[in-house]
Design a protein around this ligand. Structure first.
Ligand code: IMP
Ligand code: MG
Length: 209
């Protein structure tokens, strides 16, 4: 699961070339510093996770719970690689506001639509950073007595983890940098980029908090 960064001509790890996309996206891409994980790498990893989940949950009832908003892109792709009957539910939580550091304060903005007692719940997260959001969610969901409760996270910032949480499925381990794209935002922008990237320092200064 090492990140494969294309070496720059001078041999340094400059990151992958930034793909040019639809007409409106270059405006976002001016703020991109480097692509950490390409669209192809994400797609093949999400397919691998879908295969593992298909194998592990065969013959069992499965409820995918997406943590909004960040996980919505991953949910769409991942669910189409799970070749089993399954159901969806979503929770929305807020942990950061527009800042880039976790506060440890988690608010439930939208709760699940349905009871999960006796269900096999797989929580889908975009990224686990300090683990505080996830620890809070798992504790909350466990009180509702699901038959099983596991986590699938696209990204895991290992070095930043403050709370020990058990991640059953992980796409990529990444360094402790703030990233955007593939569902992840900075101040609600960049979610529609198909890759995961870091931002230039100027991108943070431009955005009003
Ligand atoms: P944690 O509580 O520190 O683990 O943070 C979890 C939540 O913070 C994630 O679900 C994201 O919404 C957000 N977050 C953490 N790191 C990043 C990042 O690098 N980019 C964008 N959002 C992030
Ligand atoms: Mg966010």
């Amino acid at each position: 699961m090492d990140l494969q960064l294309a070496p720059a001509p001078d041999g340094s790890q400059a990151g992958l070339e930034i793909p040019r996309l639809l007409g409106h996206v270059p405006a976002l891409e001016d703020d991109i510093e480097k692509v950490l994980i390409s669209e192809d790498e994400i797609q093949s990893t999400v397919r691998r996770l879908g295969d593992e989940i298909t194998r592990d949950y065969a013959g069992r009832d499965l409820l995918l719970v997406g943590v909004l908003k960040g996980a919505f892109v991953m949910m769409g792709d991942l669910s189409r690689h799970i070749r089993l009957p399954l159901e969806f539910d979503f929770m929305a939580v807020s942990s950061y506001g527009a800042a880039t550091k976790t506060s440890g304060v988690v608010r439930i903005l939208k709760d699940l639509d349905h009871e999960i007692e006796g269900r096999n719940v797989l929580l889908v997260e975009d990224i686990v950073d300090s683990g505080l959001t996830l620890a809070y969610l798992l504790k909350n969901l466990r009180t509702r007595r699901p038959a099983s409760l596991e986590v699938c996270a696209l990204l895991h910032k290992t070095a930043m983890q403050q709370v020990d949480v058990d991640l059953r499925y992980v796409g990529f381990q990444i360094p402790p940098e703030f990233v955007v794209g593939y569902g992840l935002d900075y101040a609600e922008r960049f979610r529609n980029l198909p890759y995961v990237a870091t931002l230039k320092p100027a991108a943070y200064q431009d955005t009003p908090e």
